[in-house]
Structures are given as structure tokens and as C-alpha cells.
Design a protein around this ligand. Sequence first.
Ligand SMILES: *[C@@H]1O[C@H](CO)[C@@H](O)[C@H](O)[C@H]1NC(C)=O
Ligand SMILES: *[C@@H]1O[C@H](CO)[C@@H](O)[C@H](O)[C@H]1NC(C)=O
Ligand SMILES: *[C@@H]1O[C@H](CO)[C@@H](O)[C@H](O)[C@H]1NC(C)=O
Ligand SMILES: *[C@@H]1O[C@H](CO)[C@@H](O)[C@H](O)[C@H]1NC(C)=O
Ligand SMILES: *[C@@H]1O[C@H](CO)[C@@H](O)[C@H](O)[C@H]1NC(C)=O
Ligand SMILES: *[C@@H]1O[C@H](CO)[C@@H](O)[C@H](O)[C@H]1NC(C)=O
Ligand SMILES: *[C@@H]1O[C@H](CO)[C@@H](O)[C@H](O)[C@H]1NC(C)=O
Ligand SMILES: *[C@@H]1O[C@H](CO)[C@@H](O)[C@H](O)[C@H]1NC(C)=O
Ligand SMILES: *[C@@H]1O[C@H](CO)[C@@H](O)[C@H](O)[C@H]1NC(C)=O
Length: 460
Amino acid sequence: MLVALVLMLLALSNEGRVNGERGDRQCEFNPSLSPRPHSVSILEFGAVGDGKTLNTIAFQNAIFYLKSFSDKGGAQLYVPPGTWLTESFNLTSHLTLFLEKGAVIIGSQDPSQWDVVEPLPSYGRGLEVPGGRYQSLINGYMLHDVVITGNNGTIDGMGFTWWESFRSHSLNYSRPHLVELVASNDVVVSNLTFLNAPAYSIHPVYCSNVRIHNISIFAPPESPYTVGIVPDSSDHVCIEECTIATGYDAIALKSGWDEYGIAYGRPTENVHIRRVHLQASYGSSLAFGSDMSGGISNVVVEHVILDNSKGGIEFRTVRGRGGYMKEIIISDVEMKNINTAIVATAYCGSHPDDKFDPNALPTLDHFIFQDIIGTNITIAGSFAGLQESPFTNICLSNITLSVNYASSTTWNCSNVSGVSDSVIPKPCPDLDSPSKYSSSCFSMLSMKGKTAVSGMVSMK
Ligand SMILES: *[C@@H]1O[C@H](CO)[C@@H](O)[C@H](O)[C@H]1NC(C)=O
Ligand SMILES: *[C@@H]1O[C@H](CO)[C@@H](O)[C@H](O)[C@H]1NC(C)=O
Ligand SMILES: *[C@@H]1O[C@H](CO)[C@@H](O)[C@H](O)[C@H]1NC(C)=O
Ligand SMILES: *[C@@H]1O[C@H](CO)[C@@H](O)[C@H](O)[C@H]1NC(C)=O
Ligand SMILES: *[C@@H]1O[C@H](CO)[C@@H](O)[C@H](O)[C@H]1NC(C)=O
Ligand SMILES: *[C@@H]1O[C@H](CO)[C@@H](O)[C@H](O)[C@H]1NC(C)=O
Ligand SMILES: *[C@@H]1O[C@H](CO)[C@@H](O)[C@H](O)[C@H]1NC(C)=O
Ligand SMILES: *[C@@H]1O[C@H](CO)[C@@H](O)[C@H](O)[C@H]1NC(C)=O
Ligand SMILES: *[C@@H]1O[C@H](CO)[C@@H](O)[C@H](O)[C@H]1NC(C)=O
């Protein structure tokens, strides 16, 4: 009851913020969660933590039992130290899944044991293989008030066999994720370690009020297209104090794929990311898109460390996506050992099928990059917009990137316009007009809020 009340107040205060100045400062609400009045151990359901016994039925039965506490303040499922092998299972509302120190949930590696579920409506098909997709290891569907936490317990997807099947093109369906929450509200994921996801580690899709705090995510550098956290067509998301190192992107914001994402029309908005340390071997530390057909807006990223990645901050889209990426503020960034520090490209991404509309042009507008310092950077920035839909209102301020060798390709720009102030090395002429900087970007910068953004003086 108390949890419900706190969450309701949280929801109300969020509403207040959306209409106020700082709808995108999600992490500033940090409700204290009351402990659940009931707790049971997975041992009571016959689970065996030897790493060999399959515990799927134990998890399913435990959660089915705990459903009956939904209207009694909810309940906790306690996972003690041990290695708990399981196939996919579903969570329920008003549940806390708590993994004790030394508790490791490991995913079964035999695809024939995994359920196949329908594609997400905003994607129209599986991401990697047309048709259905394997259900994720831990799932939530239309839930309310769910907490996945612990004392640094571990959820290990044992992705090796999935990566091998992906590489050898022998997957029958698209790979599962570690944790997927669909159409759920008031979700907390914290105080855990996530390892070796088959594809994504944490995928909130069509969710509201998601708080991801103090987690570590690791997947080997060579693991194909593994992504850490993917807020997808979700709003009011806070990601803070996380350490992520993956094969592809560390954090990627998305919102659906071409005609399916346009028809579904649910944006990712009001996202706040701060105090994270990201590393992404073959992708980008912080990525937006390329699936962004429902739109991405009002994102604030601050106090982040990005290192040893191919890209630092990357915006990807392509003709046929439609949608928009706008009102995005990124500040206080430290980058190290990165090939391209800032990328925005309208030439990246494939299509779900041949029914996409080539005239659905994505727009990118109102971005601020501020207070960024980088060392051992190869290319400072690469911007490639579409001729019919150039990137607009890009503001660059107080950026110092130590480029590891001087060359004419330090900045590479086409079909982009914006302004800059105190940027080293000197940006391409399309972005280099310090005199216009303060009039164009100042109001957006000084308030860093929604009101300020919409009051921004338009740039020529
Ligand atoms: C888990 O949820 C999915 C999606 O709602 C459903 O298709 C599946 O049958 C559920 N599995 C179990 C074991 O309840
Ligand atoms: C982060 O989680 C660990 C356990 O995983 C815990 O010991 C630590 O106190 C947490 N830190 C914060 C700031 O919540
Ligand atoms: C949690 O465990 C992982 C290894 O399993 C470790 O890298 C990380 O530092 C630990 N986090 C905390 C907060 O103790
Ligand atoms: C795909 O399906 C075929 C035929 O059912 C099966 O032999 C193969 O093992 C499956 N591949 C994977 C990776 O599950
Ligand atoms: C995570 O750990 C911190 C520090 O121990 C604690 O304050 C916080 O409540 C924990 N988070 C959850 C959701 O239990
Ligand atoms: C510079 O960064 C590249 C990756 O972009 C890395 O391979 C190289 O080792 C780094 N150099 C130093 C001196 O750290
Ligand atoms: C410029 O950015 C650096 C961090 O990269 C920060 O320490 C410094 O205070 C900023 N300078 C101004 C004038 O804001
Ligand atoms: C600049 O970017 C374009 C794509 O937008 C690419 O084709 C070209 O090779 C790049 N130029 C250099 C010198 O890197
Ligand atoms: C837009 O980009 C294309 C391809 O790089 C280039 O040919 C064209 O000149 C650009 N248009 C403008 C207005 O910069």
C-alpha cells in the first residue's frame, strides 16, 4: 500500500514536472522504496542452486504464488547464494526480485527450450530474423511496481551459444534479451550485475517511470551486437551510477522501426542519464537510433565518462525512418580512446521489409553538446544529414578534443547547420559561427529545461 502510494505520488510529481521546466530531470526524484511486507525464498519452491538443475518451474510457481500478495503491499522473491539455472520466466506486479550476494541466475543455453513470442508492434518483426523472437530470460508484461534488485547478485545470460548462432546465421528467431519489460510502469532495476546478454541486457519498451540505478553490465568486446540498456518507446526514464561495457552500444535510445514504428507512434522522451561510465567496443558508448521512428526527445545526459569505444556519442537514422530526435542536451562528458567523438548520420540502418516509405524523412533538431573534454580521439565529429532534411540547430560549446593525429578529416560535415563557441579543434564551417552562439543557444543552455528549449531563438 505504502509502495503504491509513493509510486502514485511519484507519478503525480512527474506529471507536474512534465508541464513545468524540468520534465527531463527524471533522476532528481528518488523515492525511497518501502520493504515488501512478505518475502519468500526460491528454496521454498524446490529450487536447487547447483548450476545444473533447471529451476524454471520453481521460479514460475514462486511468482504465481506471490501474485496473491499484490493487493497486500506486494512481496519479495529472495534468491540466496548459488547458481540458479533457468529458462525464461515472467514477473508479476508489486514484486521485488532480490538476488543476494553470490546469487547467480544463469540462462539455459538450448534455444529449443525457449518460448517464441510475437514481434513487438513497433518493429513488425524480429530484429535479426523476420518473424517471432525468443522470449527474454526475465519478462514483465503490463506490470505495475516491479523491482529487480539485490546485493550485487548476478544475472548471466550465458550468451556464448547465442552469439555463435548469430555469427553463423543459424538463428531461427531473433535472440532473447536478459530482462525485458513491456508496457509496464514504475520499474526499478538496481544493485545488480548483468553478464553476457544474448542481445540486450535491459530492454524497457512502452514503459513509464523506469529507474535504473547502480548496476554493472558486461559483455565481451567481440560479442556481436550486445547492447547494455535500451530505453525503447518509453518515457520518464532515469539511468544513473551504472558501469557498462559491451560489444556494441552501451546505452541506446530507440523508438521503433520504419512504418511499424511510425504507425505505433510512441516516442522515447524525458530521459535523464547521469554519472555513468560507458564503453562500447564496436558501436557507441551512447547511441540514439537507428530505430527512432516514434521519435526521441527531451533527453538530458550529464557527468558521463565514455572510453575505449568506436563512437562516443552517436545519432543514427536513415531515410524511411520518419520520426525525430530533438531537444537533446549532453554536458560534462569525459572521453578517452575513442575513434569518433560525436557522430550524427542519416545513412545508418536497415529496413524491416520493402514496405517502408522512402519519403518518410527523419529530422534532427536542437542538440546541445557542452563541456566536453576528450583525449586520444581520432575524428572529432562527423555529421551527415539528408539534403531534403538537414540536421538543424546543433550547438557546440566548450569542447576540447585532443585529436591523436592532425588531419583534414577532424570534422566532416554535410547537410548540417549550427553554431559553436570555444570548440577545439575548430569545427567545420557549417557549425562554426561563434558570434551567433549566445543568441541562439543561451536560453536553452542556461535553463536546460523544456521551457527553455521551446523558447529557443531559432537559428539561421
Ligand atoms: C509469459 O508472458 C508471455 C507474454 O505475455 C506469455 O506469452 C507467456 O505465455 C507467459 N509465460 C508463462 C509461463 O506464463
Ligand atoms: C550499489 O550496489 C551495491 C551492491 O550491488 C551496494 O553495496 C552499494 O551500496 C550500492 N550503492 C549505492 C549508491 O546504492
Ligand atoms: C559487483 O560484482 C561485480 C562482479 O561480479 C563487480 O565487478 C562489481 O564491482 C561489484 N559491484 C559492487 C558495487 O560491489
Ligand atoms: C533451427 O531449426 C532447425 C530445424 O528445426 C534446428 O535443427 C536448429 O537446431 C535450429 N537452430 C537453432 C540455433 O536453434
Ligand atoms: C540499493 O542499495 C542501496 C545501498 O545499499 C540502498 O539504499 C537501495 O535502497 C538499494 N536499492 C533497492 C531498490 O533496494
Ligand atoms: C588511442 O585510442 C585507440 C582506439 O581509438 C587505441 O587503440 C589506442 O591504444 C589509444 N592510444 C593510447 C596511447 O592510449
Ligand atoms: C569547460 O568544460 C570543462 C569540462 O570539460 C569544465 O571543467 C569547465 O569548467 C568548462 N568551462 C566553462 C567556462 O564552463
Ligand atoms: C565524410 O563523410 C562522408 C559520409 O558522410 C564519407 O563518405 C566521407 O568519406 C567522409 N570523409 C572523410 C574524409 O572521412
Ligand atoms: C547534402 O549532402 C550531399 C551528399 O553529401 C551533398 O552532395 C550536398 O551538396 C549536400 N547539400 C548541402 C546543401 O550541403
